[in-house]
Design a protein around this ligand. Structure first.
Ligand SMILES: [Zn+2]
Length: 302
């Protein structure tokens, strides 16, 4: 029996077919979820159609699929598995995609927060019983695994670290508050930092290229991102006391620009008893942790 794991991002989603931990097939599908999710009514049908055709493709290659897991960037209601809302997809409100997909494919389908699914994938791959995963992508996501089990929280929003306020009164966030971590330490946050300094609107990837070429303002955009991430993580570690942290997501490719300001701030802000005791590293899963975690969660759920 094979499992399907799906990792949804802002502008695309990836579908993987797994046998145990082995990824047998993978395909990336372009999909502009903010356009698909303008209103809740449109969102359910649009997400369904987009995902169903991708899942059908996987099933054509591997007809013996046993369950489907989806990691979605939003708050997932743990009681209903509905996507309650998503700060970066404001049209979404209480959308059920697991139920209709399950009926359509006659297979068990689960939906979990994308970062929590990635955290679980990292746990399966890395073996640490407890860990925190931080996903630096379009936004900033977080997932906590405690004693081998994903911890979604009572409202499905545990470890929403992207919305820890690191600059009170600062940049406006999609959640409605100001100064949230993801407005500084995500790909879009780095773009905003650079634009504020230069007036130029560039992607984080382009800004990383400029940093390599010696652009001081590009370096300082990453400095701010790393510093704010270190600040947020120091708070989290003082609450959760977890020894292993894995950083993934597209912006983690620029980790060498984030790492120094991140570690400087983290060590300074931790309480002495925790200094030097937390291992933080970039994911070695080459971006498959989200798909694997979603697939494994689906298999565990039934
Ligand atoms: Zn926020």
């Amino acid at each position: 029996m094979h499992l399907v794991g799906i990792d949804v991002g802002g502008t695309n989603f990836r579908v993987g077919v797994f046998s145990g931990q082995a990824l047998l097939w993978e395909k990336r599908f372009e999909a502009d979820f903010s356009a698909l999710c303008r209103t809740s009514q449109d969102a359910q049908a649009s997400i369904m159609e987009t995902m169903a055709s991708a899942i059908s493709e996987a099933i054509r290659v591997f007809p013996d699929i046993g369950a489907i897991g989806i990691g979605f960037p939003g708050f997932i209601d743990p009681a209903t598995m509905c996507i309650a809302s998503s700060p970066n997809l404001p049209g979404l409100s209480n959308v059920d995609i697991a139920g209709p997909l399950s009926v359509r494919f006659r297979l068990p389908v689960i939906v979990e927060n994308d970062a929590l699914a990635a955290a679980y994938g990292e746990q399966v791959l890395g073996g640490h019983e407890s860990l925190i995963y931080i996903g630096l992508g379009t936004g900033v996501g977080g997932g906590l695994i405690l004693d081998g089990k994903p911890y979604p929280g009572e409202h499905g929003v545990a470890m929403e670290i992207g919305h820890i306020i690191v600059d009170p009164g600062g940049r406006l966030c999609g959640c409605g508050n100001r100064g949230c971590l993801e407005r500084y330490a995500s790909a879009s946050g780095v773009s905003i930092s650079y634009q504020e300094q230069t007036g130029r609107q560039l992607s984080a990837k382009e800004i990383a290229g400029l940093a390599e070429a010696g652009d001081i303002l590009a370096v300082s955009a990453f400095d701010l991102a790393g510093d704010r991430l270190g600040l947020a993580l120091s708070h989290i570690l003082k609450v959760a006391d977890i020894a292993h942290v894995v950083v993934g997501g597209g912006l983690s490719e620029a980790w060498h620009w984030l790492e120094k300001p991140f570690r400087t701030r983290l060590e300074a802000d931790l309480i002495p008893v925790l200094r030097g005791k937390c291992e933080v590293g970039v994911s070695k899963a080459q971006d498959r942790a989200g798909m694997l975690g979603a697939a494994e969660l689906a298999s565990n759920h039934f």
